[in-house]
Design a protein around this ligand. Sequence first.
Ligand code: FES
Length: 164
Amino acid sequence: MTAMHSTGAARERGMTARTLGVIGDHAGIEGPLLPILHGLQKEFGYLPDDALRTVADSLNISRAEVHGVATFYHDFRHAPAGRHVVRICRAEACQATGGDAIAERAASQLRIGFGETTGDGAVTLEAVYCLGLCACGPAAMVDGKIVGRVDDAKLDTMLAECRR
Ligand code: FES
């Protein structure tokens, strides 16, 4: 076995152990799938395919079922995030105050779609459906910090800071 193979195998074992740890944290609760997926996203920052396979095997449900739940909710990531996460509110109240144009501008400035990360790994762009700041739309969130009344200038500054 080469050093590279043994490193990969060790990483895989580590991921399985961490996944089983998260599953164990939710042992015995009713409807454990969703809380486990949230726990895995917290643990890894996204939902690795290998972890989802381990969840299916451990809960004795089909991989399709796990995959269906994991892809249904916007909150779950399926790849590691960039160094900064920019979330733009795409819900109705923000749309009514220009949120669509802000969303389009963000995607075009970053040259990526929603759910994607820039090639340099600096920014992941995500949609979010209400940040509880409806009266101050369009709203966004940068690395967990909520920003209201986002206009072109504010957005450009936010994105430039993320890419610095
Ligand atoms: S709709 Fe955007 S913050 Fe509520």
